[in-house]
Design a binder for this molecule. Structure first.
Ligand code: 2PG
Ligand code: MG
Length: 409
């Protein structure tokens, strides 16, 4: 996107694999002869024609107006006519161009747009092991993450992630556990069960010379919508029979007693609101994160706050469809005392915009995937650059509700 004068901006948008039902619509061409139907020529065409014409003469520095103009032009609730992928790319490119025009770094401009007042580096939720894909027969959970909660700076946090990752490879070699690299760069494990993967995670942390639960906490993305059947049964054990939400909650609380878990994302299906509220109330110290449940949607986030369904929201730009819309959800959630975790997608690009977004909003946490693959490193490295100027958030109060942790397994 070019503004009058020399300022310009460019952006690319990611895609998700485990997409929630309430996400904004990603427009794909559907032509099976081209990228198996997943091409985006239609979306690109919309950018060059309708969207470009509608934005002619609109001030790029007025991000809410830019985004409102596109949303109105689209005219559908889920942005399905022009495509949320088309709209978001323009929204982000416009933000970059406006930052350049104002002589501000992207994160500074985002800080002003979000009205946050405090910029800070986020604690990364590094995805270590993955339940996605063929290697993962015994796993129902999607992501096993490590959070360097004891780090005193972002560079230290990054170095901790590297130590745990190296140690994890050694643990897998010693235990003869097969794996293959999953879409987000994490290691798709041939583990026997979720518990087994958690044991390996603890061993990886200890093998790195770090203290589980103190230096490094564990985060889970249960992604329960993926294994919930239409009758509300959860196949938490891929080989076993489905269990009810109540039993899944018991199972999760059992894991909290045994492992140094500080954060659980999507513990229940995206429509199972009562199960969410009951679980969140039962584990007050735990960070309970809504990804598919909120889908970065203002109305769903509002409902989540009212029903105390979670204590944190995963914020994905392409779930919402515009930058302003995402900033609005972040603002509302934080006002309500929720934590926010800015997140990328499993099919991401080399665009590091979300690194600046996490810093500019002072979100406190970011989920980028593993430190493997250029599209992930682009974000981790941008955070490293920003760490030269921006401070660390300090203790986030992420603790484990567990009563006792095993020191050795
Ligand atoms: C998630 C994301 C990233 P996806 O569930 O948090 O891991 O996955 O982009 O496939 O929705
Ligand atoms: Mg998720």
């Amino acid at each position: 996107m070019h503004l009058r004068g020399l300022a310009w901006g460019r952006a690319s948008v990611p895609a998700g694999a485990s997409t929630g039902r309430h996400e904004a619509h990603e427009l794909r061409d559907g032509d099976p002869r081209r990228y198996a139907g997943r091409g985006v020529l239609k979306a690109v065409h919309h950018v060059h024609t309708e969207i470009a014409a509608a934005l002619e003469g609109v001030a790029a520095t007025d991000q809410p107006l830019v985004d409102r103009t596109m949303v109105t032009l689209d005219g559908t609730e889920s942005l399905r006519r022009l495509g949320a992928n088309a709209i978001l790319a323009v929204s982000m490119a416009c933000c970059r161009a406006a930052a350049q025009c104002r002589g501000l770094a992207l994160h500074q401009h985002l800080a002003e747009l979000s009205g946050t007042g405090s910029v800070s580096l986020p604690v990364p939720q590094g995805v270590m092991f993955s339940g996605r894909g063929g290697a993962a027969a015994g796993l129902s959970f999607q992501d096993f993450m490590v959070l360097p909660i004891g780090a005193r700076s972002y560079p230290e946090a990054l170095a901790m992630l590297e130590r745990v990752e190296s140690s994890a490879l050694e643990v897998l070699r010693q235990s003869n556990t097969a794996y293959r690299v999953a879409s987000d760069g994490a290691l798709g494990l041939a583990a026997r069960s979720n518990r087994h993967a958690l044991e390996l995670t603890v061993r990886a942390i200890e093998g790195a010379g770090l203290r589980p639960g103190e230096d490094v906490g564990i985060g889970l993305d249960v992604a329960a919508t993926e294994f919930c059947d239409k009758a509300g049964g959860y196949r938490v054990d891929p080989e076993g029979s489905p269990v009810r939400a109540h039993d899944l909650a018991e199972y999760l609380r059992g894991l909290l007693d045994r492992f140094p878990i500080v954060s659980i994302e999507d513990p229940f299906d995206e429509e199972d609101w009562p199960a969410w509220s009951a679980f969140t109330a039962s584990v007050p110290e735990l960070q309970v994160v809504a990804d598919d449940l909120y889908a970065t949607h203002p109305e769903r986030a509002r409902r989540g706050v009212t029903q105390r369904a979670a204590t944190a929201g995963l914020m994905k730009l392409n779930q919402n469809g515009t930058l302003s819309g995402t900033l609005e959800v972040i603002r509302r959630l934080r006002e309500a005392g929720h934590r926010c975790i800015v997140a990328g997608r499993s099919a991401d690009t080399e665009d590091a915009f979300i690194a600046d977004l996490a810093v500019g909003t002072g979100a406190g946490q970011i989920k980028i995937g593993a430190r493997r693959g250029g599209e992930r490193l682009a974000k981790y490295n941008q955070l490293l650059r920003l760490s030269e100027d921006v401070g660390w958030p300090g203790p986030l109060g992420l603790t484990t509700p567990a009563r006792s942790h095993p020191t050795a397994l």
